[in-house]
Write a protein that binds this ligand. Structure first.
Ligand code: SOE
Length: 381
């Protein structure tokens, strides 16, 4: 018997759209007991949320998230609003006994993330963080290869996440679309927004990070406000962030992230070098996983470029026929499918709020390290 899960979507920006699309499609492509119902979409602007709801098929709208949390006909709250709202909404939703799906980064900092984690665990509500890149089939395949022990001892983990959309000094900060540049709303710059993705993937593939030493830079020191273009405000977010780290398995880590890499729109990738094999992935070529296996006969050794589109590859049997491809939006649909399967089986899909804490702890430690100019131990969580 199918069970409905009445969802409330808070926020209607980029992630509101990505999540709405997932709710609409997941039941068509995955065989699941829980069927999401697009119950209510919420944002402060009544006209914009109405238009959004009509476009995506949400049954109703609200302009106050507190009303949404109180609604008896809502089972799950999806927090897709800016980072500085995550904590308050999550605490209220947990107290109301709602299932919670939260956009990344989980919170503005580790203290908030820990409070949110305690709240969902105390309330016993299902919870999930949308670190969607785990569900790129090629990245999930990398996890399978690691779990199969094919790498042996890992020596190096290298990751980058590069964009270029904030290079212009005329780009304003704040407001509805540029809040990612305002520290009061975003918490941090590329550290929370981009490197957090790379760290989530890294911890998932290579285990906990124990210590970090990082550096950050704000290239443009002042920007106009989106809502008051004649006014300027100091920019306090990190425009670029790089750090070295140590993993608990002894491997060395190297991470780089920036919004100032001209020509790089969303270049997110990593390479892992192990004793027996190496793996490399780049989101600009999302269907391919590169794999080098030292166990191959020596005259045949070389990097294999696996086209991750076969029925034997993660998620792909739910989509089209082998060799055809899927896109960015499917990473959200795959994530939602796993989350709903977790509700069904009682084994929660990760990352739960607790699973996301180590990422938050690494991001905080990197920012602390950049401030004091020294290695920082990562708070064990
Ligand atoms: C920033 O530009 C951003 O939209 C992030 O917020 C997303 O998490 C990332 O996946 C794409 O880039």
């Amino acid at each position: 018997m199918a069970k409905t899960l009445n969802v409330a979507m808070i926020g209607y920006g980029f992630m509101g759209r990505a999540h709405s699309n997932a709710y609409r499609q997941v039941s068509q492509f995955f065989d699941l007991k829980y069927l999401p119902v697009l119950k209510v979409a919420c944002a402060r602007d009544p006209e914009k949320i109405q238009k959004f709801a009509e476009n995506w098929g949400w049954e109703s709208t609200e302009t106050d998230w507190r009303k949404v949390v109180e609604r008896k006909d809502v089972d799950a709250i999806d927090i897709g609003s800016p980072n500085n709202t995550h904590r308050e909404i999550a605490l209220a939703a947990a107290a109301a006994g709602k299932t919670i799906l939260c956009e990344k980064p989980l919170a503005m900092n580790l203290a908030e993330a820990s409070e949110m984690t305690e709240a969902v665990e105390r309330a016993g509500v299902a919870n999930f963080v949308w670190f969607n890149y785990r569900r790129v089939p090629a990245i999930t395949l990398a996890k399978q290869i690691v779990d199969e022990g094919r790498l042996g001892r890992v020596f190096h983990y290298r990751a980058y996440y590069l964009q270029d959309w904030t290079i212009s000094p005329d780009l304003p900060q704040g407001g509805q679309t540029l809040w990612r540049l305002d520290k009061d709303v975003a918490g941090s710059g590329v550290t929370g927004d981009l490197i957090s993705h790379a760290v989530d993937t890294a911890i998932w593939l290579n285990g906990p990070v124990t210590k970090v030493v990082g550096d950050v830079e704000t290239f443009i020191k002042e920007r106009p406000l989106q809502d008051a273009p004649d006014e300027k405000k100091a920019v306090e977010i990190d425009d670029a962030c790089q750090f070295l780290c140590r993993f608990a398995n002894g491997s060395l880590g190297l991470f780089e992230s920036t919004r100032y890499a001209r020509g790089r729109k969303n270049k997110n990738g990593f390479e892992i070098n192990g004793e027996h094999a190496s793996i490399a992935f780049d989101l600009e070529d999302p269907h391919r996983l590169l794999f080098f296996d030292h166990n191959d006969p020596s005259h045949l050794q070389g990097w294999r470029s696996i086209h991750v589109t076969g029925f034997e590859h993660p998620y792909m049997k739910n989509w089209w026929v082998p060799g055809t491809t899927i896109g960015y939006e499917h990473t959200f649909i795959n994530s939602l499918a796993d989350f709903l399967k977790g509700l069904e089986t009682g084994t929660p899909a990760g990352p739960t709020f607790r699973d996301a804490l180590p990422t938050q702890a690494v991001c905080d430690a990197v920012l602390d390290s950049a401030e004091v100019g020294q290695w920082q131990m990562v708070v064990p969580v």
